[in-house]
Design a binder for this molecule. Structure first.
Ligand code: PLP
Length: 380
């Protein structure tokens, strides 16, 4: 049975371009980009060529790109400490845990609520920032993701940026799930910092970047080296970065999105035809083309994930799925979905290898499972 991979928002299959670039980089001989000899200079050239490619994806200048060990580190670099910014940290209620972990309620950091589709309301953010108790704490650092990893819902980042700017604050955008799916240039243009991860694009895991606005000061988290223009110490992971660059170039062809949204829409329509009561989380808002968070009424997400796995189909069960442990989703709870519904939602996410046949396999397995557990009609 050929496996069907529908969990791109967890990690994407390595693209052949990235695999080749990693192998070429490893075979290119020794060379530390910080060394002055010929081998070091050759490594530096490879590093800077990769920086150009990642900058092109982000719509940024190469000097704005700081390579990191992934988006968790990029988010940390943006949020841990801003030089000269003692103000509050405020994040949307649906951010990834690697952002949420930096909020300290004990010092007044807080979250901004989202609506039933998981979108931040810029007017509500403006009211929060205008609150005298908040304003007197100094310029806020606001974090709003571009695209949610569980639902694919797109946040109104441009409007949020205007509100943050008017309050004299700074905006961090976690653009991990937007890369390759939306044009990043308009986001880069309004964000002070923007986080990217290679493995969500078809590059290797363990490498990412923080794109930093030209006028934004940044305090390094890792110290003790002048790498990355003193913004991130440590010898660069050149092979990983080469893979990231190759994936970024390949993923920049966002022409794939029309094909993926046709697949995703067909999948949702087929499941809805089988179970008209099912919920598609965030379907009232603009979403990226590849993601569907859909419920199977009455069947726990873990049960579904295991059943699909037995059918050779990989899907995700909510974001709180680390170390194989599935917990309740803070994203679905923040959207106001009752726990009984949230617990039945799985995430199906498509990408560059997804085909019509994958969707057929998924829909057939979904209907079989639904009939076995809920609607006991004989399977078609
Ligand atoms: N932010 C979002 C929205 C994500 O989906 C992820 C990955 O799960 C991360 C951050 C963390 O990225 P990384 O695995 O590169 O640390």
């Amino acid at each position: 049975m050929t496996p069907v991979y529908l969990d791109y928002n967890a990690t994407a299959p390595l693209r052949p371009e990235a695999s080749r670039a990693i192998a070429e980089s490893l075979d290119a001989g020794p060379g530390n980009p910080s060394s002055v000899h010929a081998a070091g200079r050759a490594a530096r050239r490879r590093l800077e060529a990769a920086r150009d490619a990642v900058a092109a994806l982000a719509g940024a200048a190469p000097a704005q790109v700081v390579f990191t060990s992934g988006a968790t580190e990029a988010n940390a670099l943006a949020l841990a400490r801003w030089t000269g910014s003692p103000g509050p940290r405020i994040a949307s209620a649906v951010e990834h845990d690697s952002v949420r972990a930096w909020l300290d309620p004990a010092v007044g950091d807080c979250t901004i609520a989202v609506d039933g589709d998981g979108r931040v309301d810029p007017a509500a953010l403006a009211a929060l920032l205008a609150d005298p108790a908040m304003a007197e704490r100094g310029p806020p650092l606001v974090s709003v993701m571009a695209v949610n990893n569980e639902t694919g819902v797109i946040q109104p980042v441009a409007e949020v940026a205007q509100v943050v700017r008017a309050a004299g604050g700074r905006l961090h955008v976690d653009a991990v799930q937007a890369a390759g799916r939306l044009d990043l240039a308009p986001l880069t243009a309004v964000a002070d910092t923007l986080a990217l991860s290679a493995h969500k694009l078809g590059g290797p895991a363990g490498v990412g970047a923080l794109v930093v606005a030209r006028d934004a000061s940044l305090a390094p988290l890792l110290r003790g080296g002048a790498q990355e223009a003193r913004r991130r110490a440590g010898t660069e992971n050149l092979a990983g970065i080469a893979g990231f660059a190759a994936a970024a170039t390949a993923a920049a062809e966002i022409g794939q999105q029309a094909r993926l949204s046709a697949l995703r829409d067909r999948l949702e329509a087929a499941c809805l035809a089988e179970a008209p009561g099912l919920v598609v989380a965030g379907d009232g808002a603009p979403r990226v083309a590849n993601t569907s968070a859909l419920s199977m009424p009455g069947v726990a997400a873990e049960t579904q994930v295991m059943a699909f796995d037995l059918d050779g189909i990989a899907v995700g069960a909510g974001a709180a799925c680390t170390s194989g442990k599935v917990g309740p989703s803070h994203v679905l709870a923040a959207m106001g979905l009752p726990a009984a519904v949230g617990e039945t939602i799985i995430r199906v996410s498509l990408g560059w290898t997804s085909t019509d046949a994958d969707i057929d396999r998924f829909v057939a397995a979904w209907c079989r499972l639904h009939r076995r557990h809920v609607d006991r009609r004989p399977a078609a």
